[in-house]
Design a protein around this ligand. Structure first.
Ligand code: BJW
Length: 234
């Protein structure tokens, strides 16, 4: 059985990382076009760096850990004999920390920086600024940006994701509002024979495409659903 999982901010919410669109969400107090578009970065790189620096510091300050849903997915992948791909829209590293192996972070990774001049991708845990020099190329100053995907940019791994979606037998979408494309369109690319399961606190604009909609917290519902699959009771 080929299993494709898509995760969004809801899976990390209970680990203490705010979602984007909820009350007190990440967009609260920020205009999306200021902090999550290439135009916003060109207009005011310092503002964008400050937004991501704060999130990066929180991610590594020791207060945030993978939750039961991240751990259950990693355990499921370890025990699964077919193909498995975990596509995450999240830029945190909680799936990797939980032990998931085949993770595709389609919107990038907060703990990486990308050189706008060369395209090189560097592991990155410090703050970034317009004055940051590349440690390996000290003459290159101010060329690094967060290795994330902003609106208007093409997410990573598109060919791999959609090719896998077309031949998957089980698709599970967890904790995503399904309003941001192309991620929200993955479900529509799964074949008619595929079983589609959505786990979320609330309905989403894509809910009607799923045969099974489970409403509740990811920390509870993801381990429960994966265990029911393993036991053959679902
Ligand atoms: C829980 C829970 C708990 C809470 N348990 N659940 C018009 C129509 C269609 C498309 C477009 C359009 N105009 C423009 C576009 C394209 C645009 C787009 O989709 N815009 C829409 C907003 C209209 N998309 C793009 O620009 C993308 N690129 C693109 O399209 O390129 C062209 C292309 C063409 C053809 C092929 C391929 C490409 C790029 C999108 C980049 C998104 N970037 C961001 C920022 C990343 C960096 C960062 O983190 O700062 O990605 S935006 C933000 O939204 C972030 C997220 O990954 C993404 C999705 O959010 P997510 O994860 O769904 O979070 P929330 O907060 O929205 O929802 C949380 C959910 O969890 C909720 O449902 C809760 O109920 C639930 N929840 N707690 C279970 N405990």
């Amino acid at each position: 059985m080929n299993v494709l999982v898509l995760t969004g901010a809801g899976i990390s919410a209970e680990s203490g990382i705010p979602t984007f669109r909820g009350d007190d969400g990440l967009w609260e107090g920020h205009r999306v076009e200021d902090v999550a578009t290439p135009e916003g970065f060109r207009r005011d790189a310092a503002r964008v760096h400050a937004f991501y620096n704060k999130r990066r510091r929180t991610l590594i300050d020791g207060s945030i850990c993978p939750g039961p849903a991240h751990i259950a997915l990693a355990e499921f992948e370890r025990q699964h004999s077919g193909e498995f791909l975990l596509v995450t829209q999240n830029i945190d590293d909680l799936h990797q920390r939980a032990g998931s192996r085949n993770v595709l972070p389609m919107h990038g990774e907060l703990l990486k920086a990308r050189c706008m001049l060369t395209g090189d991708i560097l592991d990155w845990k410090d703050d970034l600024s317009v004055e940051t020099a590349r440690p390996d190329e000290p003459d290159l100053v101010g060329t690094l940006r967060p290795h994330v995907v902003w609106f208007g940019e093409i997410p990573f791994g598109m060919d791999q994701i959609f090719a896998f979606a077309e031949r998957c037998d089980l698709f599970i979408a967890i904790g995503t509002s399904a309003v941001v494309y192309p991620a929200a369109g993955i479900v529509a690319s799964t074949p008619p024979t595929c079983r589609r399961v959505e786990i979320n606190l609330d309905d989403t604009p894509q809910s009607s495409r799923f045969e099974t909609t489970i409403r509740g917290k990811a920390s509870v519902e993801v381990p429960r659903f994966l265990e029911s699959l393993r036991a053959g009771t679902d």
